[in-house]
Design a protein around this ligand. Structure first.
Ligand SMILES: C[S@@+](CC[C@H](N)C(=O)[O-])C[C@H]1O[C@@H](n2cnc3c(N)ncnc32)[C@H](O)[C@@H]1O
Length: 317
C-alpha cells in the first residue's frame, strides 16, 4: 500500500528558515511536495518556488501542487547538484535552499522498485529509473571485501562480513535477482541467536540502506550539492538540510561549521594567515530532532535531523 509521504520536521523547518512573501525558494528534494506546499503558502504570489527531484513520479505530484498554489513554480527533473549548477549558470539568486534527504514513503511503498525488504521485487532501488547502475549490479558485482565494506560503512552493520560471505557463496550458484533472495541470504548468514535480537525488525534493514545509498550515490550527491546550494544564496539567504543518516548529518555539520568559523589556519598558528571571515551564522547550534509526538505519529521521522545556517556575506548571487 502506498501511503502519502508525511513531511518530517516541517514546523521546525518553516520556523527556522522563516520564508517570507516574495522570496525565491529552492526545494532540492520535492518528493510529495509536503514541505514545498508550506513554503509556497509563505512566499505567496510574489515568490518563486523551484522544485527538484530526479524521480519522474515526483513530477506528476508537482503538477498537482503547481495548479493549487499562487507563487511562480518550476520543476527540474534532475539530480539536485546538477540542477543547482544549472540555476547558478542562469543567474538565479535564492533566498532559501533546502534538502530533505533520503527517499520518500511513496518510493519505499512502490514494491516493484525494490527499495523495501518487506516485499519481493527485482533488485532495483534507483531513484532515477533512467540511471544504469542498480542494486542487482552492486549485489552481484562487488567482490566480497567491497560488499562487506559497503554494509559496514553505509549500513553500520556489525554482521557485514558474514553477510557479504553468504551473498558471494549464493551467487556462485546463480545471481541474486530479487529483494526476497537478498533477504534470504542475509537471514541465512546470521545465527538464530542474532536473528532473534531483531525482534519484530528485520536484519536486512541496514544492508538495504547501504545498497540504496550506493546505487544512488547519495553521499557524493550531498557533497556536491552543499557548496552549490550555498553559492546560490545572497546575504541573509538560508540553507537547511534534513538528514536521516549519521554520515549525512556529519557532512552537513562539518560543511556549515567550516563556513561559520571562517578562518581555516591550523590551530597552532599564533595569528590568522588565511584572512577568511565567517560566511555563515548557525541557526541550529545542535541538530534539531523530531519531537516525541512527531515520532509517535510518523515513526519514519525518528532519525531525522535538521540543521540550518544563514549566509552573512553577499555570496555569489
Ligand atoms: C525524503 S523525500 C522528500 C520529501 C519531501 N520533502 C516532501 O515533503 O514530500 C526525498 C526526495 O528527494 C529525491 N532525491 C533524493 N536524492 C536526490 C538527488 N540527488 N537529486 C534529486 N532528487 C533526489 C527523492 O527521489 C525523493 O523524492
Amino acid at each position: 500500500m502506498t501511503r502519502a509521504h508525511v513531511p518530517v520536521l516541517a514546523g521546525e523547518l518553516i520556523e527556522l528558515t522563516s520564508p517570507a512573501p516574495g522570496e525565491n525558494v529552492v526545494d532540492c528534494t520535492f518528493g510529495a511536495g509536503g514541505h514545498a506546499r508550506l513554503m509556497a503558502d509563505r512566499i505567496g504570489a510574489g515568490g518563486t518556488l523551484v522544485c527538484i527531484d530526479r524521480d519522474p513520479s515526483a513530477e506528476e505530484r508537482f503538477e498537482e501542487m503547481a495548479a493549487e498554489v499562487s507563487c511562480r513554480t518550476r520543476f527540474l527533473r534532475m539530480e539536485y547538484g546538477e540542477a543547482l549548477d544549472l540555476l547558478r549558470q542562469e543567474g538565479f539568486g535564492a533566498d532559501l535552499v533546502y534538502l530533505d534527504l533520503g527517499i520518500s514513503s511513496m518510493q519505499v511503498d512502490a514494491w516493484e522498485r525494490g527499495f523495501s525488504y518487506s516485499y519481493d521485487a527485482p533488485l532495483d532501488m534507483r531513484m532515477d529509473p533512467g540511471q544504469e547502475l542498480d542494486a542487482r549490479a552492486i549485489v552481484n558485482g562487488y567482490d566480497e571485501r567491497r560488499l562487506a565494506q559497503l554494509f559496514r560503512r553505509y549500513g553500520e552493520d556489525p554482521n557485514a562480513r558474514v553477510i557479504a560471505r553468504e551473498i558471494v557463496r549464493r551467487r556462485r550458484r546463480a545471481p541474486i535477482e530479487t529483494t526476497g533472495e537478498l533477504v534470504e541470504a542475509i537471514e541465512a548468514a546470521l545465527p538464530a541467536a542474532i536473528r532473534r535480537r531483531f525482534g519484530g525488525g528485520s536484519p536486512a534493514k541496514r544492508v538495504f540502506q547501504a545498497v540504496r545509498i550506493a546505487v544512488n550515490s547519495e553521499l557524493e550527491s550531498l557533497d556536491r550539492a552543499l557548496p552549490a546550494a550555498w553559492d546560490l544564496l545572497g546575504e541573509g539567504g538560508r540553507l537547511a538540510v534534513v538528514s536521516f543518516h549519521s554520515l549525512e548529518d556529519r557532512r552537513v555539520k562539518r560543511f556549515l561549521a567550516t563556513l561559520a568559523r571562517g578562518c581555516i589556519c591550523p590551530p597552532d598558528l599564533p595569528v590568522c594567515a588565511c584572512g577568511r571571515t565567517p560566511e555563515a551564522e548557525l541557526l541550529t547550534r545542535r541538530a534539531v530532532a523530531p519531537s516525541p509526538g512527531e515520532v509517535a505519529d510518523n515513526p519514519r521521522s525518528k532519525s531525522g535531523r535538521l540543521r540550518v545556517a544563514r549566509r552573512l556575506d553577499e555570496g555569489a548571487s
